[in-house]
Design a protein around this ligand. Sequence first.
Ligand code: OGA
Ligand code: NI
Length: 361
Amino acid sequence: VVQLLMASDYDRLGALKAFDDTKAGVKGLVDAGVTTIPSIFHHPLPIEHTDHDHHFTIPVIDLAAATGGTTTTPSKRTELVAAVKAAAETVGFFQVVNHGVPKAVMSEILAAVRGFHEEPAEAKAPYYSRDLGRPVRYWSNFDLFQSPAAQWRDTLYMETTPELPPPEEIPPACRLIALEYARLMQQLGRTLLELLSEALGLRSSHLEEDAACLERLAGHYYPSCPEPHLTLGTTRHSDPCFLTVLLQDAVGGLQVLSSAVWVDVPAMEGALVVNVGDFLQIVSNDRFKSVEHRVVAQSTGPRVSVVCFFRRQDAPTSTRVLRPIVADGEARFRSTTMAELIRHNRAKGLDGSSALQHLRL
Ligand code: OGA
Ligand code: NI
């Protein structure tokens, strides 16, 4: 049995390498016309079903009072902070409207990311890399060699710190719009972190230094999947950052875990999805929830999403300590450094377990 297991492990590694070597990602498989998915994509456990009847709504929050879309009064600000606080403390997810990002920019960035992924394999291959030193890179599954099952998606990453990548390193398909989108996200991130700081009863700039920085941007591409019941677009996980701002197209497929059931985050035109990340759950001492989420694989598609992660600009190497802010009561998490938590996440990959669990006191 051991020999058999070892043989199959060996085959799996070989299959992963062969897939990685194509530099064409999942899109390459779909273009080749696969009608069954390779076994590297099979999830070890049955895919948990979605509860479409669940009476549950992701709050929609109007940011006009914070983005200058309306005359701001102290009471409107107080109301807004209360709405953000309620969402962050319960669902951990909310959608925002009147966020200051023009609709045209949102559709352009989605189209540009889609455009990149739909270029011929030869055009994309030079960007395909697992070298973390490259600020712009394309790959399929950041955790291909770590996680128990590969996921049905490809990603174009752009690290946006300490400054935006040199324009010539960004694929021409998204060059101009990616830089503009990153700048708008930087502004929105600051606005949201001010609101979240106030929601924690802190001065509005409190989270800024560590958190109000757009550290990276991911342009995910989820091709249509011939056997969606066997795999996932993104395995269950929570985000290793303070805050995530996500733009999804009309296809949908993002789900959050609420009271042990999977519920859809509905695709809402013009809205952006905001969620609390692990770092914020730690510093808020468990008041704000970094909720687990996933993306289902679907027979419709492709689906495109653009995800912005906010955390200190040098987070992957930072010895900055993440420690619960505790006014009274006890710390619920042991302190850690940003680098340590990110390393832990990378080493385990998306394996369905929460990165916060090992820090709980
Ligand atoms: C992520 C993520 C969801 C999506 O990149 O962390 O959860 O809709 N993405 O692509
Ligand atoms: Ni995520």
